[in-house]
Design a protein around this ligand. Sequence first.
Ligand code: NAD
Length: 480
Amino acid sequence: MKIKNYINGKFENPIHGEYLDNYNPSVGEVYGQVPNSSKEDVENAYQAAKNAFPSWSNTTLELRSKILSKISNLIIEKLDFLAAAESKDNGKPVHLAKSVDIPRAASNFQFFADALTQFSSESHESTGFNAINFTLREPIGVVGCISPWNLPLYLFTWKIAPAIAAGNCVVAKPSEITPLTAYLFGEICSDAGLPNGVLNIVHGNGSSTGQAIVEHPQIKAISFTGGTATGAHIARVAAPLFKKLSLELGGKNPNIIFADCNYDKMLATTVRSSFSNQGQICLCGSRILVEAEIYEKFKKDFIQKVAELKVGNPKNSETSIGAIVSKQHFKKVKEYIEIAEREGGRIIFGGNKVTVKNCENGYYLQPTVIEVANNLCTANQKEIFGPVVTMMPFKTEKEALQLANDVKYGLSASLWTNNLNRTLQFSKQLETGIVWVNTWMLRDLRTAFGGKKASGIGREGGFEALRFFTEPKNICIQYE
Ligand code: NAD
């Protein structure tokens, strides 16, 4: 299958005819080609977006909302087809794509179809000056959206939906590792009546296509989700061009477990938060910190549950853990396990490659649990982004908080306790953008989403996203 760019409502080959191989990680085979688009392709996408902007930014809210809703409906109509495509491209279990990724992509559009009708701006009366201020929230123009491979259509649409809801036109790039559903999404947009040029999708790797988007002087805002090192690079490129930036980056999220929690719920949720999507979710809890008095019990029960997880062909309904996204990423995760061992970590479950019947060349790894003694070890400090968690005990609240915060990342944390004081203390003192108490990854799309420290800048979600994708302008009128 040869993927094409989607520019001005048409599917186009890349100008220089350059392509990258696209792999199916569950069998380790190339099954298609994806354009490696050049600066010229990005320029064409930009021109299409620029031409579409005057009309799209003046489209009535009612019509905009209708089109976004239609996109949402069409995603749901194609649920099975899109879920199968996502799984083939990414290696995740089909049932996960069907229950999480694709429904969420539809929700992203439905949510912003509704939100755009409720978005409003402020007015301030300057008493004593006979003046009234109001704030216009103007769309920025042409914006860039760049997304990663772990939740491909889910995160691609999480950016595009608010961008176009706010009246912008978009040049978007999905990950070159998982381009398939973004490609299929172009047709959905055309079928839903999204005018040509409002969304343009260019495929290619980060250093060519992505870089061309970030460097483009007229693309005035970049919404990026991906690794912290890439985010830092994008910030350096974008800063002298004075671009608005939203950066959603890596995490090293703690699960802090106190003895007074609802144990069974905590145990089941911690297995999920450790290994969902092969541990390749920025929100996965990769450091499990357990109060000393229940540490040994937790360790035994957790390992027993982890042993029940079935690593296998993503097409099988009983598979809990599918394939790692790529050979290169598999190698990286495996190396982190080896480093953990060299640094004194004890692998108490997993650690090895799995050979799956009829998928012998796929990239499968056992869910891996490492007991560590030192929070400063590599496995506790670096984002591994695979089915690997570490575990260590703590004795006091103070120690738990210190361990939780002693990383460069600050995306999310999960706290397990029924103590109200502790809940409030930790909620305030955890250095993360999101704190889940007695739950994990419960997402209300109205809430602000994003991280502190090396996990990023800016927030997505709800009106925060519409604020990011608009520029406020103050109008001050004095009357006599
Ligand atoms: P990545 O940084 O390698 O790539 C992300 C995207 O950026 C891809 O589309 C890539 O092609 C592009 N890119 C790479 N170099 C670029 C450049 N120089 N200019 C412009 N674009 C460039 O990340 P990844 O490996 O695809 O994804 C995994 C990472 O994403 C993990 O660190 C994970 O934590 C993070 N992530 C964060 C969130 C969040 O919401 N905070 C969500 C999901 C994933």
